[in-house]
Write a protein that binds this ligand. Sequence first.
Ligand SMILES: Cc1cc2nc3c(=O)[nH]c(=O)nc-3n(C[C@H](O)[C@H](O)[C@H](O)COP(=O)(O)OP(=O)(O)OC[C@H]3O[C@@H](n4cnc5c(N)ncnc54)[C@H](O)[C@@H]3O)c2cc1C
Length: 339
Amino acid sequence: MFKLIPNFSLRHNNSFGIDVCANYWLTISEVKDLDEAMTKYPHLREETKMIIGGGSNLLFLSDFDGVILSPDFCGYEISYQDDLVIELEVGAGVEWDDFVEYCVEHGWYGVENLSLIPGKVGAAPVQNIGAYGVEAEQVIVKVNGFNLETSELESYTREQCQFSYRSSIFKEKMLNRFMVTSVVFRLQKRGELVSEYGDLNRVMKELGEPSLKNAREAVIQIRRSKLPDPKILGNAGSFFRNPVLSAREAASLADFLPGLPLYPTSGKEVKVAAGFLIDHAGWKGRRLGRAAVHDRQALVLVNLGGATGAEILELSMAIQQDIFEKYGVVLEREVQVVE
Ligand SMILES: Cc1cc2nc3c(=O)[nH]c(=O)nc-3n(C[C@H](O)[C@H](O)[C@H](O)COP(=O)(O)OP(=O)(O)OC[C@H]3O[C@@H](n4cnc5c(N)ncnc54)[C@H](O)[C@@H]3O)c2cc1C
């Protein structure tokens, strides 16, 4: 059954806590709900549509003049398993971290390093979420959903998803045109932990034997110590992507900035730590109006209370300009701005 709410405040549905409204909020838990809602309220067909999960990767600049679709598809279903792997179809409306916890409890490897990332399962393929050396694309087999333009059910294989660093076809060409209803993941029953990233190995050893549960616990501890809780301080995690440079550009930047963390990619390019650049440029803890750069994590912009989306955007643009002037590096946004 669908649920339609007019003049909906989005304040508690975006992790920045920006105080904006949408014309309508439409929750659907089955694909047919969408058609039923449009049949009962035909004027909804003319409204601009936007799909939302947990709102943890969005920056609203103003009220949304349209319908926000909130897919609330639930449940887990095993689609295949053998001695080594299990394929699990998970509803788009499931909380991402509930899914990770479920896998760890069942002893299935693959998503433990992605513990505690806010948001819903349906959004994971959209920006190909990643953390601690693991990206969602490594475990996604298929993305199922509904094409809002053709009203057809469609499935995308991993190749068709066109995954890249914090992006996919769903964040580009199909943005707000394809509603993810479920994602099929392939997890390993006898996997290996990925623990060489950052402090993960050290924290896991402090917790005891290397294990799935300790890997998850270590990630949770590290994240809690570094990242502000959006329930207390509005934010959307990393505001910028780590810039990807040629090996030569990265090496000359590292000569100029000793200690700059460099992460080789699978190609010939090198990812450099955007947070290091922002910190080095003196932005950590700085504020502009009611927006600020977090004092422990320079990659995270925060709402100090009552900030507008425009204030946060203004701060982000000042940082982008400064980083370009100081280091010649273009910082791209990871967070999606909704105008
Ligand atoms: C404290 C904090 C830490 C974070 N850490 C990380 C991190 O380590 N790694 C990382 O990658 N991200 C991180 N993020 C960003 C964010 O959690 C992820 O991008 C997450 O996947 C967003 O999920 P969501 O459900 O909140 O999506 P939303 O913010 O609601 O939406 C994000 C995008 O996905 C689209 N979308 C959402 N659901 C669907 C659907 N069912 N069908 C089609 N499109 C959909 C939306 O239209 C939008 O374009 C962090 C955020 C916060 C606040």
